[in-house]
Design a binder for this molecule. Sequence first.
Ligand code: GAP
Length: 454
Amino acid sequence: MNRFEALVNYAKTYGFVYQGSEIYGGLSNTWDFGPLGVTLKKLIKDAWWFEFVEKDPQMVGLDSAILMHPKVWEASGHVGGFSDPLIDCKSCKTRHRADHLIAQANLGLDADGLSNEAIEKIIKDHAIKCPKCGKSDFTSIRSFNLMFKTALGVTEESAQDIYLRPETAQGIFLNFKNVQRTSRLKVPFGIAQIGKSFRNEITPGNFIFRTREFEQCEIEFFCAPGTEKEWFNTYKAKMAAFLEGLGITKDHLKFHDHPAEKLSHYSNMTTDVEYLFPWGFDELWGLASRTDFDLKQHQTYSGETLDYIDPLTNERYIPYVVEPSLGVERLFLALLNEAYEEEVIGEETRTLLKISPKLAPYQVAVFPLIKKRHQDLSDQLFASLLGTFRVTKDDAGAIGRRYRRQDAIGTPVCITIDDESLDHQTVTLRDRDTMEQVSVPINELVKTLHERFK
Ligand code: GAP
C-alpha cells in the first residue's frame, strides 16, 4: 500500500471520512464526514474565520443562498465559459479531461488556457495515449459545462431552470451594495463566506481532492483601482502564514504564479498556493485579482448601479477585487497528510496523527486505570473538563491500547486516573508525541492543559 492509499484507508478506518451512500453500494466520488471528520472540518473553518474575519476590522461575513437568479451565471460568465474540455476514447469508451491527458503525458506542455482545437492538435501530434486502454484514438473535444442544473418550481410547466452555485463568490458580489450600506464600511473592505459549491467535474478523484460537492472559504476584498497589487501581496503573505500556523511545513507549500498570457479574461494577477499532496504539488488555495469585472458585469445585467463613492474625495468608481478562495476538503486532506505517521517502535508500529492541538478533534482523553476502582473519579474529571476542552473518555481494554487509539486520532493529551489520584489528588498526563508521562495535581490540571495547547 502506498502512502496515499494508507492515508485514505486511515481516514475511513478511524471515522474521518466514509464513502457516500455506502450501504447502497456507494455513489462514486461522494464522501460523508464522520464524527472525527466533521469536527476537524469545523475546526478548519473556525480557524479560517477567526484569522480572516474576526481578527480583521475590515472584514465582515455573509451567508448567501446557494440558489440564485439564473441571470447571475450569465453575467458571471459561467453559462458561456465555465466548461472543461471533454474527450472520449473511441476504443474503450472512457471519458477524460483533454487538458489532463496532456498533463499526464509529461511532455512539459501546459494546456491551460488553450483552445479546444489547440489541445486536440497536441493530443494528435504527440499520439497521446488513453490512460485506460493505451490506444490513441479519441473523439473531438466538446466543451462540457460544469454547472449542475436543477428546476425551481412545483410543476414542470412553471419550473425555471436554475443552477447549483459552482462558487460562493457570486453571492458576495450580489450583496456588495447591501453589505456596504448596512455595515457602513468604507473601501477597502472585504466580505467573507463559507459554503458549499457544486461542480459536475468530468474526472473527480484523488479521494476528497476533486469532488462534485465541496466547501469553499472565500473572500472578495474590495479595494480602490490601482491598489490591488498591494492587497494581493498582503493576502499572499497572510495565506502562507495561516497554513504554516496550522502546522504545514513551509517546504510543502509553494506559489504557482499564472503567467500573464494564461490569465483568465477577468484577472490581472493570479497565483495558486500549491501543497505537496502524496501525488505531488497541486492546487490548495487560489488567489486572483479580479479587477472590476464581476461588479461591472452584475451592474450591466441587473441594471443596478454597483459603484462606490469615496467619502473623502467624492470620486465615483467600481471597486477592484482581490479574491482568496480555499477548498475546505483540500486543506483537510493536506492537514491529514501532514500529520499522519506510522512510527516504528521496536516490533510495533504506532499510528500517529501529529496534528496541532488547535485542530485535534479531541484535545484530551480521560481514562480510569482500573475501571472498578477509578471510574467514579474519572467520570467526575471528565465532566469537569467538558465544555472547556474537546474531551473524550475510554474505559475499555488495556491502558496501552487506549493510548494507541488516542495517538491514532490525534489526541494530544491523555489523562489517567489511578490510585495516586485517589490518595494524593494527582493524575498522570501523557503526551501524544513524546509519550512522556508526568504527574499533575488535579487542581492545576486546567491551567496545565491551557498552557500545553497555547
Ligand atoms: N471563486 C473562485 C474559485 O472558485 P477556483 O480556483 O475554481 O476559484 C477555488 O476554486 C478553490 O476551491 C480551489 O483552490 C480548491 O481548493 C477548491 N476547489 C475547486 N474545485 C474543487 C473541487 N472540484 N473539489 C474540491 N475542491 C475544489
